[in-house]
Ligand binder design. Structure first.
Ligand SMILES: [Fe+2]
Ligand SMILES: [Fe+2]
Length: 178
């Protein structure tokens, strides 16, 4: 079994909630940026609208848990507001495939992040773990949706996804602490 044992450092669940809420917030901002650029009736924008609705549900749930547990949100929220929207708008301006490559990259990192959290939590916080596990499945569906919609056909796919993944890792690391 993974999870906490006597002598281990307890998982910092406030930090986990903080970074997860920041990530889900960032996801809603990325999709808002993409939808601001793409025509509302394109097939890509319909896919994005559906995924954005799920991100909003994830965000609402983490907001609720943070309120219940009196966890402060990241101080970087205003940064993720602007940066998320900018990344979404920029990728959508490149192409619909680039917008999908962005989701492909983001969800690849979120899967890693949520998987690591679930391992760290073990049996420590079943309520939080259940939400993370459920959301992780939906993030993987988003990744697969993006791949099926042609993410890999985006011009510069390897560079674009590497850049977005690096940005996600930086954002995750910062939101844990700040
Ligand atoms: Fe999400
Ligand atoms: Fe997602």
């Amino acid at each position: 079994m993974s999870g906490w044992r006597p002598g281990d450092r307890r998982p910092d669940r406030a930090s986990m909630l903080r970074v997860n809420q920041a990530g889900e917030y960032g996801a809603t901002r990325i999709y808002a940026g993409q939808m601001a650029v793409l025509r509302g009736n394109s097939s890509a924008s319909k896919l994005i609208a559906r995924m954005a609705g799920q991100e909003q549900r994830h965000l609402d749930r983490f907001n609720q848990l943070m309120a219940e547990r009196r966890v402060r949100p990241t101080a970087l929220q205003p940064v993720w507001n602007v940066a998320g929207f900018a990344v979404g708008a920029a990728t959508a301006l490149m192409s619909e495939e680039a917008a999908m490559a962005c989701t492909d990259a983001v969800e690849t990192e979120i899967d890693r992040h949520y998987s690591a959290q679930l391992k760290e939590l073990g049996d420590d916080d079943p309520e939080l773990a259940a939400d993370i596990a459920a959301f992780r499945i939906e993030e993987l569906e988003h990744r697969d949706t993006a791949r099926e919609a042609g993410a890999a056909q985006a011009v510069g796919y390897p560079i674009l996804t590497a850049a977005v993944r690096a940005a996600c890792r930086v954002a995750i690391g910062m939101s844990k602490r700040i």
